[in-house]
Design a protein around this ligand. Structure first.
Ligand code: BQF
Length: 292
């Protein structure tokens, strides 16, 4: 079994980005600038946004965190987004998900200008991705593609089973892996909560992307020997033996599946850190398109 070390690869990518930023600054230009908007104080969301700001600092980007109270109205949030769209000092920005119940997520994501949409969630950018046009790829699927490519995991002609049909992971992942591109050229099946006889599908899969959000769902009995296992899950599970009171669990039963897999991503330290690195990559791309 080969561990797909997202922590290591993300560090490599961040070092590459830091080098590019050094060159940009040498030319007398300002640094790439990412802004993040967070509404409310969801614990996990605050951790994620904090990790993004810290990563910006590490590579030499400027960053702005816009921290809005939970009661912020949709109109107020839209005004903030329009201001960021118009701000020439900001290359790209994200709106941290999930948003509070009273805010229409779809409406918010559609307000982000596609040229600043470094999360790649705007319908224009999702459409561009589906049509093989250059765009911002959503960071988690982009990170998985990059991980597969850098480890030279064979994907051409392989059968991929993606479990989960979310707009942020499952859907884009299924599109990217079916495309003629590095880490692509696969035959893709997309499975979800209504899929019958999932085990029959996963047992035939060369590559499984588990993105359903159920801790330790994928068991060794569901996996073909030598299969590639990508674990996108990150659920906080109560654990009294931990100081903070919880542990982070993936969608894969790592203990059993790792003994059978050819390649596997750990949780933490697999897909998660790649997500952060690819957000930076998209911001560098936005800087190149908008500011230079
Ligand atoms: C790691 C996210 C669900 C919903 C909204 C490193 C992250 C996670 C794990 C991280 C995620 C998940 C992010 C690890 C960003 C990935 O070491 O395993 C980093 O910060 N992520 C997010 O912004 O919003 C989410 C998952």
């Amino acid at each position: 079994m080969i561990l797909l070390d997202g922590k290591q690869i993300s560090a490599d990518i961040k070092a590459e980005i830091a080098l590019a930023v050094t060159e940009i600054k040498k030319e007398g230009k300002r640094a790439p600038h990412l802004a993040a908007v967070i509404v409310g104080n969801n614990g996990a969301s605050m951790t994620y946004v904090g990790a993004k700001v810290k990563a910006c600092e590490l590579v030499g980007f400027s960053s702005t965190l816009i921290d809005l109270p939970a009661q912020t109205t949709e109109v107020e949030l839209l005004a903030k987004i329009h201001a960021l769209n118009d701000n020439l000092e900001i290359d790209g920005f994200i709106v941290q998900l999930p948003l509070p119940e009273h805010i229409d997520e779809q409406k918010i994501l559609m307000a982000v200008h596609p040229d600043k949409d470094v999360d790649g969630f705007h319908p224009t950018n999702v459409g561009r991705m589906a049509l093989d046009l250059p765009t911002f790829l959503s960071a988690t699927p982009y990170g998985i593609m990059e991980l597969l490519e850098r480890y030279k995991v064979p994907t051409s002609g392989k059968h991929v089973v993606v479990i989960g049909r979310s707009h942020i992971v499952g859907r884009p992942m299924s599109i990217l892996m079916s495309q003629k591109r590095p880490a692509g050229d696969s035959t893709v099946t997309i499975a979800h909560s209504r899929t019958t006889n999932l085990e029959k599908l996963t047992l035939e899969a060369d590559i499984i992307v588990a993105a359903l959000g159920i801790p330790e769902f994928l068991k060794a009995e569901m996996v073909k020997p030598g299969a590639v296992i990508i674990d996108v899950g990150i659920t906080r599970v109560p654990d009294e033996t931990k100081k903070r009171g919880y542990r982070i669990a993936g969608d894969v039963d790592f203990e059993s599946v790792s003994k059978k897999a050819g390649y596997i991503t750990p949780v933490p330290g697999g897909v998660g850190p790649m997500t952060i690195a690819m957000l930076l990559k998209n911001t560098l791309l936005a800087f190149g398109r908008n500011a230079s």
